[in-house]
Structures are given as structure tokens and as C-alpha cells.
Design a protein around this ligand. Structure first.
Ligand SMILES: Nc1ncnc2c1ncn2[C@@H]1O[C@H](COP(=O)(O)OP(=O)(O)OP(=O)(O)O)[C@@H](O)[C@H]1O
Length: 202
């Protein structure tokens, strides 16, 4: 099932249009890079595609149906700052198993150590925490991953480990990925095509 964004436009209240007329189809297994200058609306677009924000105009469909409002979301969004995506009052085991229980193979792929499961989020580094957030998002019903600057704040080794894990799962499951990044090299290396955000909005 594919994602279709048709005629998407968005403006924050009392602000001018951030973008209008965005059309994009993302096929299963496809890896699309979205680049563009800071502030052009990439994160806002990602939030719309993942169902966190309603577009001001236009429509997003998944498998030709509007995005579902409840239940497990097949389009999962990963943000740059994992500390904003976890409950500080939950230990990591509870956070990880919130929607599904990843098996040991997946934890090993992401280099998640057993003893981290009994820690609080503030007892982990940003890279360790992001591994949990990405693993948590890769439930068996995830069809697309929207990676909004997913590894931007991380060192190159952690970045490589996380992307290696994500890409191997995506290949196995024919999962699509949207990669938002300012790192041209990363986008060129892993994406099948790249879209300049400012080019497809009018
Ligand atoms: N809740 C909000 N209310 C009003 N304006 C907002 C809100 N959130 C974001 N904006 C503005 O919308 C614009 C687009 O923000 P967005 O985060 O989508 O851009 P971006 O392309 O992802 O930027 P970056 O590359 O810096 O992450 C920015 O000018 C931002 O200040």
C-alpha cells in the first residue's frame, strides 16, 4: 500500500502559507530523501504525512484510505530529539514495549544492551535513547518510517549502526522510508530519489 499526498497545503494560524500544492506518492520499499532550507516546512510536512497534523488543504491517503486516527499507526515518525519522544517517568523496558515487544534479534541489531532496559531515559545518551525510539517504531505493522533528522545529533558510528539496522529491516519487509536530512551525503547514499522541498511547493 502506498502513501499519496495530494494537493497538500499548510499554514499555521495567522501565518502565510508554508507550502501549497504538494503532491507526492511513496511506494512500499521506496526510500525518498526530502531536503530543503531550514524553515521551509519539512518537519511540518512529515507531521502531516504521519497523521500528527491535519493539512490546511489537500489529503493524505494510505492504501487509498484516509489515515486512521486510532490503533497502531503504519506510518511511524521519528524525530531528531529522542528525549522529547519518551515518557520521562517510564523505564526503558516499558517505553520499548509500549506498542509491541521487539525480540532479541532486533535489540541486538540496534545494539540495545539488556541493562539499559532497567534505566530511566535520563540515564541514557542521546544515541542510546534514539536506538530505543527507532526499535519501538518498527513494529510488524509499520509500513513506512518517516525519519526527520533521525541521526543528525549522533556521532558517525552510532549514525551508521542505526541506519544499517533500519535499512536491513526496510529491505526485509519492503518498508518505505522518508529521510529528511541536511546531510547531502547521507541522502545521496541511501535514497532512491531526492526531493527538494522548496521545488515542489508553490
Ligand atoms: N506551531 C507553530 N506555530 C507557528 N509557526 C510554526 C509552528 N511550528 C513551526 N512553525 C514555523 O513553520 C516554519 C516551518 O517549520 P518546520 O519545522 O516545518 O521547518 P523545517 O523545514 O523542518 O526546518 P529545519 O530544517 O530547520 O528543521 C518555520 O518558520 C517555523 O518557525
Amino acid at each position: 500500500m502506498q502513501i499519496d499526498a495530494k494537493g497538500i497545503g499548510f499554514r499555521y494560524e495567522n501565518s502565510p502559507w508554508l507550502f501549497q500544492g504538494v503532491n507526492l506518492t511513496i511506494q512500499p520499499g521506496e526510500i525518498i530523501g526530502i531536503t530543503g532550507p531550514s524553515g521551509c516546512g519539512k518537519t511540518t510536512f512529515c507531521r502531516i504525512v504521519a497523521g500528527y497534523e491535519e493539512p490546511t488543504e489537500g489529503m493524505i491517503t494510505f492504501g487509498e484510505k484516509p489515515l486512521q486516527k486510532s490503533g497502531y499507526q503504519p506510518i511511524q515518525l521519528i524525530l531528531q530529539h529522542p528525549e522529547k519522544a519518551v515518557n520521562p517517568r517510564w523505564k526503558m523496558r516499558k517505553t520499548l514495549n509500549e506498542a509491541w515487544e521487539p525480540d532479541q534479534e532486533l535489540l541486538d541489531l540496534f545494539g540495545i544492551r539488556k541493562d539499559w532496559l532497567d534505566r530511566w531515559p535520563n540515564e541514557l545518551s542521546g544515541g542510546e535513547l534514539q536506538r530505543f525510539c527507532v526499535a519501538r517504531a518498527l513494529g510488524p505493522n509499520t509500513r513506512f518510517l518517516i525519519a526527520d533528522e533521525m541521526t543528525t545529533m549522533l556521532d558517525s558510528i552510532t549514525q551508521a549502526q542505526i541506519w544499517h539496522a533500519v535499512l536491513s529491516i526496510a529491505e526485509k519487509r519492503n518498508m518505505g522510508i522518508v529521510v529528511v536530512s541536511h546531510e547531502a551525503k547521507l541522502v545521496q547514499r541511501i535514497c532512491h530519489r531526492e526531493i527538494q522541498f522548496s521545488h515542489f511547493s508553490v
